[in-house]
Design a binder for this molecule. Structure first.
Ligand code: MN
Length: 288
């Protein structure tokens, strides 16, 4: 076994709003590190933010996507989704929505009615997962993965627990159906404990630290990862060894790189400029 190497810590470029519902920090994007993050395209972290009770529903109104999947993980608060394929759903703490835009979808992402009226803290992650060229024009799809369907693995030595959203950990299999090999693990690690996560040689791997503080085995002493930062690892190696310096919550992402060209424009991510032009033409012709 060989440890993957910590190659970079991303702190994002600061907060910006998505619609009026989601103050997010973009912790990676295909505009900068496409080869290092493939098959992932983008990660927006909406850090815990308090919203006061309101009559006005906050969120993002109807907008299109083509060529990839959007994965929304709610940690605090509640969201409602509605799309042009006829799917709708409400997700709360611990739930995950895995939407395949494929050849094209229009959707809205809003705070739930109940959350809007009551107010409270909202925390979520939105991850964009690329589709391989052969599946970019697949039929749109929607997987609502509730907390109760996500297996929980209790870690030895009272180290904590983890949830397998996609991929596997030991005998536990995540419920998400993916087009290419992708692992998504939600990990809670107690202070002073360590965890080795077996991964695949050649896969791109990242850790979003939501809260706490961790250190990666083999990394320099100065390279402590703090809350709200994202660590990016080498393709070489087949495990990461995480040491928890505080009670820590982290999202670990790993996946097989697609090794295909990435050309994106706003909510469309394809392989060529011609395909982007087609997406814009189809959107304007109301074909979504
Ligand atoms: Mn969207």
């Amino acid at each position: 076994m060989a440890n993957k190497k910590l190659i970079r810590i991303n702190r994002g470029s600061g907060m910006h709003w998505v619609g009026d519902g989601f103050p997010v920090n973009t912790l990676f994007s295909y505009h900068h590190q496409a080869d290092e993050i493939s098959p992932f395209l983008l990660l927006d972290y909406a850090v815990p933010t308090d919203f006061s009770p309101s009559k006005h529903r906050r969120g993002v109104g109807f907008h299109p996507h083509r060529g990839f999947e959007t994965v929304t993980i709610v940690y605090q608060g509640a969201l409602e989704h509605k799309d042009s394929a006829g799917n709708s759903g409400k997700i709360g703490p611990g739930d995950v929505q895995w939407m395949t835009a494929g050849r094209g979808i229009l959707h809205e992402e809003m705070h739930s009615q109940a959350f809007t009226e009551k107010g409270g803290s909202m925390e979520m992650v939105q991850l964009w997962v690329n589709l391989p060229a052969k599946d970019k024009m697949t039929k749109p799809g929607y997987q609502e993965i509730t907390k109760s369907n996500i297996p929980v693995v209790i870690l030895p030595n009272k180290a904590g627990e983890l949830r397998v959203i996609a991929g596997s950990y030991g005998k536990a299999e995540g419920p998400a159906k993916t087009f290419t090999p992708v692992s998504l693990l939600d990990i809670n690690l107690e202070v002073g404990k360590s965890l080795t996560v077996p991964l695949t040689e050649g896969h791109n791997t990242m850790i979003l630290l939501r809260r706490g503080q961790i250190k990666i085995a083999g990394a320099d002493n100065s390279e402590t990862i703090n809350a709200k930062e994202l660590a990016l690892f080498s393709q070489e190696g087949n495990q990461v060894l995480i040491n928890s310096l505080d009670n820590s919550s982290l999202l670990l992402l790993s996946g097989e790189p697609l090794n295909e060209p990435v050309v994106g424009y706003g909510p469309f991510v394809m392989n060529t400029q011609a395909e982007i032009n087609q997406a814009l033409a189809d959107f304007r012709a109301r074909k979504f």
